[in-house]
Write a protein that binds this ligand. Structure first.
Ligand code: AHR
Length: 322
């Protein structure tokens, strides 16, 4: 080794020694969060995205935001891409209940913790994600059915035969599958409350309207349960077009608790909405920071939510931001 090489080796050696005694202060380094949103359409989804973006900015978390256009393949690709780019934490709101094992294993293999936001998932190995933050959507379905039962009881109609139309969300998605399961579970005790038609309207208002208009032409419908408020509001318009009074001739229940739904309850055209909060940003950032600090986080953080009808919608309205 010549003199030049020896001095280079000496300097590298000295640098390593000094660095280990005085480690570099990287406390100013921001946590890098990759978030793959399911889609961009609808009032609920826009409020959810805004909540995540605002909270990241407030908490000083650097956010890489991607969106999957309601498509499983797109979403998986975006997730793989963020894993390969080396984010500190990965979060996503899944388009469907199943099928995430592979991409979550990719994250686990390189030590990236994954947070499931909003919709729960089914995976064979639950250690593939660290936490789920969001609603219990099976319970939302149960709450919708329980609200209906108690309403009919108060009206003295609980024993009457009633025909129900269900407007489903996107097939295979957690809100559609779980809300349906919870709703049917409670209705199983009331065989006179019959689901006579159930069809996906994909969480979209215009589809909710179209399907309701078509079904009302061929069947007697007394009750409509929509897996979200947008579809419920579409159903309100369809009932009006059919010359009936929504909220009276046809009982209509939605899910989410968006401002427009609360207004429709106050005006009498919608009977109830089961709240599902999109404002999950603050809880997400808390989990991101806790994980980065090496703390353990709860496996399932369930959002606290209410049911709204004519008894409390007006009081809630001024507080609603979405
Ligand atoms: O995952 C939340 C659900 O998804 C909301 O109920 C719905 O409006 C959205 O599409």
């Amino acid at each position: 080794m010549n003199t030049k090489n020896m001095s280079s080796v000496f300097f590298v050696f000295m640098f390593v020694c000094v660095s280990s005694v005085f480690p570099q202060d990287d406390s100013s380094k921001k946590i890098l969060l990759g978030f793959v949103q399911v889609s961009s359409e609808g009032t609920w989804r826009m409020a959810n995205t805004q909540s995540v973006k605002d909270s990241a900015a407030k908490e000083g978390v650097e956010l890489i935001f991607r969106e999957g256009q309601n498509n499983y393949t797109n979403q998986s690709k975006e997730m793989s891409d963020l894993i390969a780019s080396g984010v500190d934490v990965l979060a996503f709101s899944p388009s469907q209940v199943e099928g995430w094992d592979g991409v979550l294993q990719e994250a686990k293999d390189v030590g990236i913790p994954v947070i499931v936001l909003d919709r729960a998932i089914d995976v064979k190995d639950s250690s593939l994600y660290v936490t789920h933050i969001g609603s219990d959507m099976i319970d939302e379905g149960r709450r919708a059915a329980k609200w209906l039962v108690s309403y009919l009881e108060k009206q003295g109609k609980l024993k009457e035969e009633m025909h129900i139309l269900v407007l489903e969300g996107v097939k295979g998605s957690t809100p559609a599958e779980h809300r349906d399961r919870g709703f049917r579970e409670v209705l199983a005790t009331y065989p006179n409350l019959k689901i006579v038609h159930s069809e996906p309207a994909d969480f979209i208002m215009s589809k909710g309207q179209e399907i309701t208009e078509r079904v009302l032409k061929s069947q007697k419908i007394d009750i409509i349960f929509a897996h979200n408020d947008e579809m419920a509001l579409g159903a309100v318009d369809a009932v009006k077009s059919a010359g009936k009074v929504p909220g009276k001739d046809v009982i209509i229940i939605g899910v989410d608790g968006i401002k427009k739904a609360l207004e429709a309850i106050v005006s009498g055209s919608l009977n109830a909405t089961i709240e599902c909060s999109p404002l999950l940003g603050p809880q997400l950032m808390k989990a991101v920071k806790d994980l980065s600090a090496g703390k353990t986080v709860e496996k399932n953080v369930v959002t606290e939510e209410k049911d709204f009808d004519i008894s409390n919608a007006q009081t809630e309205l001024p507080k609603r931001v979405y």
